[in-house]
Design a protein around this ligand. Structure first.
Ligand code: NOJ
Ligand code: CA
Length: 710
């Protein structure tokens, strides 16, 4: 890796600096910093001469010391440019370019004995990142944050894809509206979720995706959320001003800081092309490289699970007993079995067999451990011990069996949001995993947080999730967290934190259904922060066959497309084995598809409408394409120019049948093989809430001769 570091200019100003500008390396973005009246810091951002963020002030209100809001003078500005590349452990691209121009402003508060803070601005071709820095100094050691006041003054009443501001959950469905309509829609958008704390003020969560009337795509989020609460955005519908709103702790404070300290980066990604938003690596670039010395044990995972049957089939449960009041120190073998326990040795073996036969890396097993009889709703601290199996789950035998079939069992640690209990038991829990051959854990935080009064997205829990990931690394364990704070690119720094849920995922298809457009929005929102364990791959979308009232609102082929459109190096085939066996030709795509990539090409995209993405498998001459549409049928265009020149390739095209639709004929599909070259272009019809999936390999001479050209 080559690092070119250019110090362009370093100036020390003794007089107050009026304004300082910065342009992006490609000159499309212009940034301006200035001090307003009374020494208030302010910035603005322009893309190809169109305003993105109008003059907006910055500042931090504190509790115990004087606030960092005004009375500043600029005492130093430093410019530098960086243009280098780096390689993620797992990712959408083998190599990521990190190219920006930076302005570091030192601000001095004369009235506070020359106390100093810094504002660091990094302008990339795809947007701006900025953060507050608090250097160690005589006049500043500890302080408590009351609120951060970072403004984002919008230049128009944009279309916005949003979920309401909340301290505890990000599992809301998306609402699409004008920014000015948010206050009127907030109540309706705040549907009921287990453990939620909606913000009273009109507000949205980040990543917040917007589109201006003049065609700019603007995405606001944050990067490197460490030792700080998550940021929601308050919305002033009249002035079209957004403003940071931090998640408080149990006593209402928002952040405990000790110098040297800094805030996470606030990110504004912008382009006139929607595809550029999805291709942006700005958030990853603003995260620190990993400090792990050995990363060889961090591997992509394709897995199945003893899981979907809990949601739809009605035949099995996480719990073993019929009781609803249990304690960890009691003898669980004396419980009255409910005879519907899912995680039995026999059922897990059946799944291991299936995984081995079809090339999956792992089997997730939920409900293996004692405590599920009363796991939710009691705000109980000691729900699980993470080391004691139910009497019908034979840990040693399953370890032996799985190892003999070269399959891993994926551990499940539902904490029921009792983070204190989990932290106390973390080392024995991870040691238990190592002793029994587990290398990955799915964690979960359903319910109200313990320590009581803390929130899922507050500083305490932010530190908890990182503590878990970091401790897991000591045991060479990969972590897939559910119900944790939304990701901010920390998978660069903690690459074993391989995926997160942190949004409304497939489970909600069994709990009322997801809107067909949901997965055309997620890549522009939740996935901007990092990989999502969306748990795709449901083939039996009509759930009435289980006597269940719901349906999965997609065609079968759209479920295939998700393996490409919803990036994650950890991907589940979430349906039950028997459903895959009914559609072996479609299942072949899930078996073939890669989960780690050399390159990604976002071919076409529009938030709320459609996404078509192509990717090249890591280290292989294989490519995969996924396309999804909302409730409207559409024709996707796949231009194969991403293929190398000079060879002929065989594309296996999985398409919605001519009569397919998500609500009437979801399982109608076709599979065909054609010869393609970089010059080929495919126009393919997608059904209502349908999809398109393609796998591409180099063709043998015979195949090229026998198969039709596209
Ligand atoms: C919610 C998770 O998202 C889901 O995947 C899991 O099965 C349940 N919690 C139980 O832990
Ligand atoms: Ca969940």
């Amino acid at each position: 890796m080559q690092r070119i570091l250019l110090f362009l200019m370093a100036c020390v100003f003794t007089v107050q600096l009026q304004a300082q500008t910065l342009t992006s390396p490609d000159k499309n973005l212009t940034f301006k910093f200035e001090l307003k009246e009374k020494g208030v810091p302010s910035y603005q951002l322009t893309y190809k001469k169109k305003p993105v963020i109008k003059p907006s002030t910055l500042g931090i209100e504190t509790k115990d010391v004087a606030s960092f809001l005004d009375g500043f003078t600029v005492t130093k500005t430093e410019l530098q440019s960086v243009n280098d590349t780096w390689e993620p452990v797992l990712g959408e691209q083998k190599t990521i370019r990190n190219n920006y121009n930076e302005l570091l402003v030192t601000l001095t508060q004369k009235a506070q004995k020359d106390r100093v803070i810094r504002l660091r601005f990094r302008l990339f071709n795809d947007g701006l990142g900025f953060r507050y820095e608090f250097p160690k100094q005589k006049e500043l050691n500890y302080f408590v944050i009351k609120e951060e006041h970072s403004q984002f003054n919008l230049a128009g009443d944009h279309k916005i894809f949003w979920i309401p501001g909340d301290y505890d959950t990000n599992e809301y469905p998306y609402t699409t509206s004008k920014v000015s309509e948010i206050p009127g829609l907030q109540k309706k958008a705040t549907v009921q979720i287990t453990a939620q704390t909606p913000i009273k003020e009109p507000s949205v969560q980040t990543p917040s995706m917007m589109k201006s009337a003049d065609g700019l795509y603007i995405n606001i989020h944050e990067a490197a959320l460490i030792n700080y609460p998550a940021m929601d955005l308050e919305v002033d519908a009249k002035t079209l001003r957004m403003k940071s709103h931090l998640v408080p702790d149990a006593v209402g404070n928002k952040g405990y800081m000790q110098t040297d300290a800094q805030t996470p980066w606030r990110t504004i990604i912008v382009s006139d092309k929607a595809t550029d938003i999805l291709a942006s690596k700005l958030i990853l670039n603003l995260n620190e490289p990993t400090k792990y010395k050995d990363v060889s044990w961090i591997k992509p995972v394709k897995y199945i699970g003893v899981w979907w049957e809990y949601f739809v089939a009605g035949k099995s449960t996480w719990a073993y007993g019929t009781e609803n009041n249990v304690k960890l120190d009691q003898d669980f073998s004396k419980l009255t079995p409910n005879n519907r326990h899912g995680a039995t040795t026999q059922n897990v073996k059946r799944h291991i067999d299936f995984a081995a036969e079809h090339g999956f890396d792992a089997v997730l097993v939920e409900g293996w451990n004692i405590g599920w009889e009363d796991w939710i709703g009691n705000w109980k601290e000691n729900v699980f011990d993470f080391v004691t199996p139910y009497p019908d789950f034979d840990v040693k035998e399953l370890q032996r069996y799985a190892a003999s079939k070269k399959v891993k069992i994926m551990m499940h640690h539902e904490t029921s949001a009792s983070a204190t209990n989990y932290e106390r038991r973390l080392h024995p829990a991870f040691q238990f995993m190592v002793d029994n051959g587990y290398n990955a854990v799915k964690t979960g935080y359903v319910g109200q947080i313990i320590p009581r009064g803390e929130h899922h997205d507050g500083q305490w829990m932010v530190n908890h999730y990182i503590h878990v990931a970091n401790t897991a690394a000591d045991y060479k364990i990969m972590v897939n967290s559910h119900e944790a704070v939304r990701p901010t690119g920390l998978n660069r720094t903690y690459p074993n934190w391989i995926a997160q849920e942190s949004a409304r995922g497939t489970e909600f298809e069994a709990m009322g259904g997801l809107a067909p457009e949901h997965t055309t929005i997620l890549p522009f929102t939740r996935l901007m922060g990092g990989p999502m364990d969306y748990t795709p791959g449901i083939f039996q979308t009509d759930l009435s066959i289980y006597g269940h009232g719901n349906r999965v609102n997609t065609t079968l082929v759209k479920q295939l497309a998700y393996y490409v459109t919803m990036y994650s190096p950890l991907q589940m085939a979430a349906d039950m084995p028997e459903n895959y066996l009914r559609f072996p030709d479609a299942f072949q795509f899930i078996k073939d598809v890669a989960v780690d990539w050399d390159d990604t090409y976002v071919l076409e995209a529009e938030p709320g409408d459609y996404v078509t993405t192509a990717r090249k498998a890591k280290g292989k001459d294989e490519w995969f394409v996924g396309g999804v549409t909302d409730e409207n049928p559409r024709t996707a265009t796949v231009n194969f120019s991403f293929l190398p020149k000079g060879k002929q390739y065989i594309a296996t095209i999985y398409a919605d049948g001519a009569d397919a639709s998500y609500d009437k004929k979801p399982q109608s599909y076709t599979v065909r093989k054609v010869v393609v070259t970089p010059g080929s272009v495919l126009k393919q019809k997608l059904a209502s809430s349908g999809g398109l999936a393609i796998s591409i390999k180099e063709g043998s001479k015979k195949e090229v001769k026998d198969l039709p050209k596209l």
